[in-house]
Structures are given as structure tokens and as C-alpha cells.
Design a binder for this molecule. Structure first.
Ligand code: FES
Ligand code: FES
Length: 165
């Protein structure tokens, strides 16, 4: 028996028929909606490659049952740029070499966006590292990642205060 569910993904409403209630949000995004920017690393909640933002919170989509997020608002890496204009977090990752092979990068960027929204780290690199510790990088680009998060946080903070970024 199939079940119908609706999600808003990157601002677009999607209705999906699920024939298996065990489908994860990650598999739904990648295999049903063809949004393959979200990566499958460990598929068991240990690497953060599958991070997306659900109703404003960072989520490991490999651990989330799609059906339990019926009606949710989901932001994936495909939805963060505005047309040709990259998101400030994306720009900061490029500027600070926060990536090497790039496999972990979509998850890192989504996690960074969530962390900045949470607003708990201030400008303390140690707290940024701690806040990003659920996102592993086998290329060990951690130095650039931390710098990128700190820089993006500054840019977004200035933008929200109405200063020229
Ligand atoms: S694929 Fe989800 S945490 Fe690794
Ligand atoms: S950039 Fe290669 S795994 Fe992070």
C-alpha cells in the first residue's frame, strides 16, 4: 500500500507516493526527486555528508524517515544559491579552500548554514569546530572549513545589520 506525502523542497511543493514507509529522506531526495547534491557517505549518521535543513534545523537525512517529515520545509544544497549568485557560505568555502575532493562539501555547507542560523558560536574557532564536528572530511580540509564558517558568519551578520558586505 502506498502513502502520499508532501514536502516543500527548496521552496517548491512536491507530492511523492511512497510505497515503502522505511524510505529515508536522503533516498527520497536523491532517488525520487533527483536532488543528488546531498551525498550518501556512511548511511548511518556518522559522517554528516547527508546534512540538509528541515524546518530550520540541521538533520542527517540518512537517519530521517521521509514519512515522518510529511509537510516539512526542506532546504538542500541545490536551493542555497540565488540563481548565479552563490550563497555567502559557498563563497567563503571557495575563498578559504574549505574543500578538496568536494564529497563532504554539500553537507558541510548545509551544516554551516544551520550553525550560523543557530547563532551559538560567536567568533570562537573552537566552538565552530565543535558545532561542525558532526561533519567529517576525509581530505582533512578542516582549517579552511572553520575559516570559511567564521568569514560567512561575519558577512551574513553584516548583511543582516544592513551594512555593506
Ligand atoms: S550519510 Fe548520513 S551521516 Fe553519513
Ligand atoms: S573535501 Fe574531500 S571529504 Fe571533505
Amino acid at each position: 500500500m502506498s502513502t502520499s506525502m508532501t514536502l516543500t523542497v527548496n521552496g517548491v511543493k512536491k507530492t511523492v507516493e511512497l510505497d515503502d514507509p522505511r524510505v529515508t529522506l536522503l533516498d527520497l531526495l536523491r532517488e525520487r526527486l533527483h536532488l543528488t547534491g546531498t551525498k550518501k557517505g556512511c548511511d548511518r549518521g556518522q559522517c554528516g555528508a547527508c546534512t540538509v535543513i528541515v524546518d530550520g534545523r540541521r538533520v542527517n537525512s540518512c537517519l530521517a524517515l521521509a514519512i515522518s517529515h510529511d509537510g516539512a520545509d526542506v532546504l538542500t544544497i541545490e536551493g542555497v544559491a540565488q540563481g548565479d549568485r552563490l550563497h555567502p557560505v559557498q563563497e567563503a568555502f571557495i575563498a578559504h579552500d574549505g574543500l578538496q575532493c568536494g564529497f563532504c562539501t554539500p553537507g558541510q555547507i548545509m551544516s554551516a548554514i544551520g550553525l550560523i542560523q543557530e547563532g551559538q558560536t560567536g567568533d570562537d574557532p573552537e566552538r565552530v569546530r565543535e558545532g561542525m564536528s558532526g561533519n567529517l572530511c576525509r581530505c582533512s580540509a578542516y582549517k579552511g572549513i572553520t575559516e570559511a564558517v567564521l568569514e560567512a558568519q561575519k558577512v551574513l551578520g553584516a548583511a543582516s545589520r544592513g551594512e555593506a558586505a
